[in-house]
Design a binder for this molecule. Structure first.
Ligand code: 13P
Length: 287
């Protein structure tokens, strides 16, 4: 079933669970993610970033792949543009039937962020497309951006942002960052802040930088009010490492078998995250 991200996240918000948003760039990753969700009987959000969409995973083609596979699946599947920053890219995804758009104007002042987000909400809501916004600074784990406490999302800003923009979901900076953390340290998530933002807004909240964050941290973040967990790096790294090992062990393996193996590795990684997020068996809520 191809659905909006709002349908998925409203149910997750109402019933206190998290849903995995899996980053993809090709057929194998889309199919791996949807197969994982189907096996777990879980809703799933397929993410493709603005840069990924521009450099490799062509927006129109990815959208057709996702919608075709979603049509064959019995679980809810949404397609979200991740970190949409340029209006041209956002409208491109919109025209190609993405069921959700993230507008990331977090680099601007709160006022400008609100204004830019509002414009996207106006466009998207006219066609029942979900919008995710972001406030605070999430950044890169390699730069220890997760420890920039003064840039965490403030409760009052989250309340104002939801009210002024009418976004459907909000990415908050609460102590995670994108990519692998230095020296394998786990992030220290500000759970109280998640709880406070949830209490003050009662809206779907998004955790970016899910990879390498630790299963207990993710479980606790969900218990405090996170409903969407973005996972990219761990899928990409597990595919790369898996293929490297395969080539070392069986150097004469044919290319198609490698692609099939990559899909299975992506599926296994995403399936683990689905179990941690608490969304297993939740697809039955949508039938
Ligand atoms: P990771 O690469 O750390 O999993 O982050 C993914 C993400 O948040 C995409 O927006």
């Amino acid at each position: 079933m191809y659905v909006t991200m709002k349908e998925i996240l409203d149910d997750a918000n109402k019933n206190y669970y998290g849903v995995i948003s899996a980053s993809v760039i090709n057929l194998e990753l889309v199919r791996g993610a949807i197969r994982a969700a189907q096996e777990e009987n879980a809703p799933i959000i397929i993410n493709i970033g603005q840069g990924q969409m521009t450099k490799h995973g062509d927006c129109e083609i990815i959208s057709k792949i996702v919608r075709t596979l979603a049509g064959r699946a019995t679980i809810p599947v949404a397609l979200n543009l991740d970190h949409g920053k340029d209006y041209e890219r956002i409208t491109h995804a919109f025209r190609h039937h993405f069921s959700s758009i993230m507008i990331d104007a977090s680099a601007y002042s709160l006022e400008e962020n609100i204004q830019r987000t509002r414009e996207v909400v106006k466009l998207c809501h006219s066609q029942n497309v979900t919008v995710e916004g972001e406030i605070g600074f999430i950044g890169q784990a390699a730069d220890s951006d997760d420890e920039k406490f003064d840039l965490y999302t403030r409760v009052e800003d989250a309340v104002l942002f939801f009210k002024e923009t009418e976004v459907d979901a909000l990415a908050i900076a609460v102590g995670t960052a994108h990519g692998k953390y230095p020296a394998n340290r786990e992030p220290k998530i500000d759970f109280d802040r998640i709880k406070e933002i949830k209490q003050a807004t009662n809206k779907p909240l998004v955790l970016h930088g899910g990879s390498d964050s630790g299963s207990d941290n993710i479980r606790q973040a969900v218990a405090c009010g996170i409903n969407k967990i973005n996972v990219c790096t761990d899928t990409f790294v597990s595919c790369k490492e898996g293929l490297k090992l395969m080539l070392q062990e069986t150097p004469y393996i044919d290319f198609m078998s490698m692609m099939m193996e990559m899909e299975n590795i992506a599926k296994a990684t995403i399936q683990d995250y689905i179990r941690i997020s608490g969304s297993s068996d939740k697809a039955s809520h949508f039938r």
